[in-house]
Ligand binder design. Structure first.
Ligand SMILES: [Zn+2]
Ligand SMILES: [Zn+2]
Length: 558
């Protein structure tokens, strides 16, 4: 038991593990006495330079300090940056995993895929419902965002109430009629809130973000004028966007096909649970697209960020089994550009244009609306909650700083704390202070094998000692896609034996030939090419040497 001193009020600690000063990877610990409560367990998608790495999660070593004390995990909503790491933290949590019904429905198959048995620990709770976790009383509050069933948290602790907004915007006309629970936020503000932790993603945008319905007008125009196939790339989890598009397809009499694994997966779950309504007979399989005239179909595709293996990027280079673009087709990018993906997205757009299809992106038409609140929404929440302490969360440092300044204007009496990942904030009767800085870091996950973990700067000796690191270096002509010289293969930490030596002799040649066999559009696209090289080299080492090294391709365009 942590000692508080005999007379002072019980103290509560808040420790952000991820999501402060960066986009994604949201995870935060609230601790009091013997009990800790984990809020969200998210991932971040790696920057394009981190090839060979599928996911980035917070360094969980920090949780080891709380071993045996983390009594529950609560999830605010089903986006990857909040639930993507549940499988990695579940062993460190001794109690239930709370969330709304839809959130847990998205978590469950992820756990199954990794062979994790949740064993009845996924416990669905509804907004305004309360559960007790040690000294905490946990309450969910409905908020609006870009997907259904999102909540904020009121964590009632012995030191006072902590409100954690999760991700939100204030959508006054939500598609599913499930309104933001402003009343409860106001009530909590009235009773007194110790600390507010609030989403800062759009703190640098003025005004209001707008309703999910705001895209309907632009899409109506597109539906009424598109002569051929209509393809829309969006995040699979943007269920409201999918609903808008399914409804329009029904109105304009187009069949709907979900293209790409994520789209099919999420739409199935959402439909099964009643969060996505598809009129009977409206949906077709992507394999059946060829049976319908181009002007009578709508494809909802993955790949809005230019991810090399997702549906739209494959379709754009005419490498998809069921969808082939033609002149007159229209491709809409209906999502935000995650920083770092600009180049990959532009490449996909260029490939689409090269096929003669028309590209529509947010900016020229209002085909996307953000799920995060802008300045006026953030101020509104601040003024409702009027916390004693305010900690901006979710965002890069400049957004956190912007949000902090707003708090100064809206509630001058509030103390603002600019925290960073790993800071241990202690709140008690006396005030708030940073009592410790724990080493916060990132862990990179190589998804080719379950549980394979490599540290950011590849310091994880265990992994490297077991299977090593392979860096294929390929110099390619950016225009013709021709190899400028034979690929080089650099290895580190691979145990050397006869099989391995033979493989190293042949590998550059085998890789060179594999590259020459790939289509030119793939060879001249570094993103796609890296993915191809990675797959080829991985399979070479697996088949020929029985090894699964980490492969980090380097492509030099000359
Ligand atoms: Zn979200
Ligand atoms: Zn988020």
């Amino acid at each position: 038991m942590t000692s508080y001193g005999a007379t002072s009020a019980p103290a509560v600690q808040i420790i952000p593990l991820g999501g402060l000063g960066e986009f994604g990877m949201n995870m935060l610990l609230v601790a009091c006495g013997d009990t800790a409560l984990l809020v969200d367990a998210g991932v971040m998608f790696p920057e394009p330079e981190l090839f060979g790495v599928d996911l980035v999660i917070p360094d969980l070593a920090l949780l080891d300090r709380y071993r045996g004390r983390i009594a529950a995990l609560v999830l605010t909503h089903g986006h990857e940056d909040h639930i993507g790491a549940v499988a990695h933290v579940i062993d460190r949590v001794s109690g239930p995993i709370y969330g709304t019904r839809f959130t847990l429905a998205l978590v469950e198959p992820k756990l199954a895929e990794r062979g994790v048995d949740a064993d009845g620990r996924l416990v669905a709770i509804a907004p305004r419902q309360r559960v007790t976790v040690g000294p905490f009383e946990l309450e969910l509050l409905r908020v609006t965002h870009s997907m259904p069933d999102c909540v904020a948290l009121a964590i009632h602790t012995p030191a006072g109430t902590i409100v954690h907004t999760g991700d939100f915007k204030i959508d006054q006309t939500p598609l599913d009629g499930q309104a933001f629970d402003l009343h409860r936020f106001a009530e909590l503000g009235q009773t007194g809130v110790l600390a507010l932790l609030s989403d800062s993603t759009n703190a640098d945008r003025p005004g209001f973000s707008g309703s999910e319905r705001d895209v309907i007008g632009a899409f109506e125009e597109i539906f009424s004028s598109a002569p051929g196939r209509l393809l829309v790339a969006a995040f699979a989890t943007s269920v409201y966007r999918l609903q808008v598009l399914v409804d329009l397809a029904d109105q304009f009499d187009r069949k709907v096909a979900f293209v790409g694994r994520g789209m099919q997966h999420v739409s199935q779950i959402a439909e099964r649970l009643g969060y996505l309504r598809i009129p009977p007979g409206r949906q077709i399989r992507d394999a059946d697209l060829r049976d319908y005239p181009a002007s009578e179909v709508l494809c909802l595709c993955t790949g809005s960020q230019g991810e090399p293996l997702a549906a739209l990027p494959r379709i754009a280079i005419d490498d998809h089994r069921h969808v082939h673009l033609e002149r007159d087709d229209v491709v809409v990018f209906s999502s935000r550009v995650i920083p770092g993906n600009e180049k990959a997205i532009r490449r996909v757009m260029n490939h689409v244009a090269r096929r003669g299809a028309d590209v529509v992106a947010d900016g020229e038409k209002h085909v996307h609306v953000s799920g995060h609140g802008s300045e006026e929404e953030l101020k509104f929440i601040l003024s409702l909650v009027k916390p004693r302490f305010f900690v901006p969360i979710h965002g890069e440092y400049r957004q956190l700083a912007r949000h902090a300044r707003m708090a100064g204007l809206v509630c001058p009496g509030t103390t603002v704390i600019m925290a960073e990942d790993g800071d241990v904030l202690q709140l008690d009767g006396e005030g708030v202070r940073v009592i410790d800085r724990l080493p916060a870091g990132r862990v990179l996950i190589d998804g080719t094998r379950t549980g394979e973990i490599v540290d950011e700067v590849l310091r994880d000796r265990r992994h490297l000692a077991a299977d090593g690191l392979v860096v294929p270096v390929v110099a390619i002509n950016g225009h013709t896609g021709a190899l400028e010289q034979a690929p080089e293969i650099i290895t580190r930490g691979l145990a050397v034996d006869a099989r391995h030596e033979a493989l190293l002799k042949e590998a550059p040649d085998l890789l060179g030939r594999a590259i020459e066999r790939t289509p030119i559009e793939e060879r001249t696209d570094p993103g796609l090419l890296k993915e191809r090289i990675r797959a080829e080299v991985q399979s070479l080492f697996r088949k020929r040497a029985g090894r699964r090294p980490l492969v980090l391709p380097v492509v030099m365009e000359v």
